[in-house]
Design a binder for this molecule. Structure first.
Ligand code: ZN
Length: 131
């Protein structure tokens, strides 16, 4: 995987964010098991509840396109070191390996690298349901 492509897509997706209420833009890009990159941006709705994060847009685009697993994700936001929210971390647990890379991107050469397990330890997953 070329991290630069992942980072560039996340940075580009941030510019597409629809954030008329918070004005806080987030972009994400995921590398799926089919070798494709899928991007997402946060999208806010006036009644707030339907609002969705960039990470979930990207993940759901991948899964709806036929991908089965997420191998890596890059996230970039208006604040330095913008981290995925708890809901998105839980969605990642559904589709990604605990060792999947989570890149928090501030710029092409300014990023932090974590594993999913590091940002959501002791998670609840489908294995807890015995499935
Ligand atoms: Zn989120």
């Amino acid at each position: 995987m070329d991290k630069e492509d992942l980072f560039n897509q996340a940075l580009g997706m941030k510019e597409r964010a629809y954030t008329p209420y918070s004005h806080f833009k987030v972009g994400a890009s995921v590398l799926a098991d089919n070798g494709k990159l899928y991007g997402g941006c946060n999208i806010e709705i006036a009644s707030y509840s339907p609002t969705i994060c960039a990470e979930r847009v990207a993940i759901f685009k991948a899964i709806s396109d036929g991908a089965k697993r997420i191998e890596a994700i890059a996230v970039t936001g208006d604040a330095k070191d913008t981290m995925p929210c708890g809901v998105c971390r839980q969605v990642l647990v559904e589709f990604a390996d605990p060792r999947a890379k989570v890149y928090i991107v501030n710029g092409k050469d300014d990023f932090k690298e974590y594993t999913l397990e590091e940002i959501l330890p002791y998670s609840f997953s489908k294995s807890d349901l015995g499935r």
